[in-house]
Design a protein around this ligand. Structure first.
Ligand code: FRU
Length: 517
């Protein structure tokens, strides 16, 4: 195929064919980034959930690998699907899975049982039950063996929630250095609760605490993710972040799934959100991304917290199966490096795209500046469809300033990315972005709040790929991700200042090359 089909992401991961959703089991081990993902080996829609696998040396160029965990019984008679989970390198062989000094990689995942059955372990499970199971790899993540003697290792939800066995999933695994213990976070999805567990050996788990409900409680809670970050790079000020997927129930103005997070502390037992991270009456949430297409974000294990990296699924359960692409369905957002910085007296989550830019950026294709950018438009010509745009500007009299990308020469198709000075919000308008017909909620405008710098400057970094826009506002304190499906000849771009002039405009547009050559 050469990865040149219509809408094929050029510098984002997508599988050669078939359906993907959540990234799972992200692990950096022996210099290799492992990306596993929810995958249907048998089709372009959700089903037969297995763990697909891709590897990278630089988080940018990916090689698709053989399926890591194939739905049991596929294709005729699937009895167990492998839902979302996470993975670690068990360097001290706490699990005992290692043999001959080989470090075992260990994954904990949700078993989604399709039929009532008695398992090899002797445990009985019901149709539609979700339990937590373990698998391990002794060849650095290529092939995996399910721990059938013991699975599922967490058979049922803890008391008094046993009735929730159909909605108990998505274990995230993290090592807690201070107490020398494994920590696992699982979701009781319908209850908007997370359960934290601990273990010495990755097999025997006991309940530590619960978290939630807080803030966003639309739909179900899924895909929890817990990790430490040092505030302002100060090791004595470590905080913990808990991210949670909501489906449906994403940010204001979106329909479908989205991701919220809490900043707080974790003492090895209990995650306690900071007061300023919780909004009484569940009125609002801290949104990881303000766009419609960022879900199920999860962290790499095996990286230092100074290099904390996450990947999200760049799609939405509202229309994920209907997007007009073939023969695959779904892509991953650009990997992001996360940090915590005090901005306006508040610990603030900062996200920046973490790609090996040097290997894919063609330098300085367009770079211009204007002391005063007069009200109106400036055409940039046919700049292409894979761009890394940096835009800086400050208010003068304008109501809005921004850039149009992926436009056709008649401007009938266009995606608008701008800043509204009065509302202090970034916006992405995809109402005329191309094919919007496959879902009635798709043609919309999305907003992310962003306060200008103390000197009044607004900074936007915009990654444009054949079927996506990712905006990183300010230092990365606001992000907005949206898919678009423009036609192949939508290569034009233009700057605009509406309602007045804009000052101190600086533009850099670099072309990005395909990672699939
Ligand atoms: C979230 C999710 C998870 C589940 C997986 C199944 O997108 O629904 O909760 O484990 O997808 O594919």
């Amino acid at each position: 195929s050469g990865y040149k089909e219509p809408y094929r992401p050029q510098f984002h991961f997508s599988p050669a064919k078939n359906w993907i959703n959540d990234p799972v089991g992200l692990l950096h081990h022996n210099g290799i980034y492992h990306l596993y993902y929810q995958y249907n080996p048998g089709g372009i829609e959700w089903g037969n959930m297995s763990w697909g696998h891709a590897t990278s040396h630089d988080l940018t160029h990916w090689d698709e690998q053989p399926i890591a965990l194939l739905a049991r019984g596929f294709p005729e008679n699937v009895t167990e699907m492998f839902f979302t989970g996470s993975a670690v390198a068990d360097v001290n062989n706490t699990s005992g899975f290692g043999v001959d000094g080989k470090i075992p990689l260990v994954a904990v995942y949700t078993s989604s049982y399709q039929v009532t059955q008695t398992l090899p372990s002797g445990k009985e499970v019901k149709a539609n039950q979700q339990s937590q199971s373990v698998a391990y790899s002794l060849d650095d993540g290529v092939t995996w063996t399910t721990y059938d003697e013991g699975n599922p290792v967490i058979h049922n939800p803890p008391a008094p929630y046993q009735q929730q066995y159909e909605n108990f999933r998505d274990p995230f695994l993290v090592w807690h250095e201070q107490t020398n213990k494994w920590i696992l976070v699982t979701a009781l999805s319908e209850l908007h609760k997370l359960v934290l567990w601990t273990s010495d050996n990755l097999k025997d788990w006991k309940v530590l605490s619960q978290f939630g409900p807080f803030n966003g409680v639309g739909g179900v809670w899924e895909c929890p993710n817990l990790f430490p970050l040092d505030l302002d790079n100060d090791k004595s000020k470590t905080k913990w972040i808990m991210a949670v997927g909501l489906n449906p129930g994403g940010p204001p103005g979106t329909v479908g799934s989205g991701t919220q997070y809490f900043i707080g502390s974790f003492d090895g037992e209990k995650f306690t959100p900071d007061d300023e991270s919780v909004y009484p009456g569940n009125k609002t949430s801290n949104w990881m991304d303000w766009g419609p297409d960022y879900y199920a974000t999860t962290s790499f294990n095996g990286l230092p917290s100074t290099d904390h990296t996450v990947i999200g699924w760049m799609n939405n359960w509202q229309y994920g199966t209907k997007i007009p692409v073939y023969p695959w369905h779904g892509a991953m957002a650009a990997p992001r490096r996360l940090s915590l910085k005090t901005i306006n007296q508040k610990p603030t989550l900062i996200q920046q795209p973490n790609e090996a830019w040097k290997s894919i950026q063609r330098q300085g294709e367009h770079s211009s500046s204007w002391n005063t950018f007069n009200q109106g438009n400036k055409d940039l010509g046919s700049v292409g469809k894979t761009l890394d745009v940096e835009l800086e500007f400050s208010a003068s009299g304008a109501s809005e300033f921004g850039i149009i990308v992926q436009a056709t020469s008649d401007w009938k198709q266009q995606t608008i990315i701008g800043y509204n000075f009065e509302e202090k919000k970034i916006f992405v308008d995809r109402t005329k972005s191309g094919d919007v017909s496959f879902d009635e909620t798709f043609a919309s405008v999305y907003h992310a709040p962003l306060i200008p710098n103390s000197d009044g400057t607004v900074r936007l970094r915009i990654l444009v790929d054949w079927s996506s826009i990712e905006v990183f506002g300010g230092e990365g304190e606001a992000t907005l991700t949206a898919q678009i499906f423009p036609s192949r000849n939508a290569t034009f771009a233009r700057l605009f200042s509406h309602g007045g002039d804009t000052k101190n405009v600086q533009l850099g547009v670099r072309k990005v090359s395909s990672t699939w050559n």
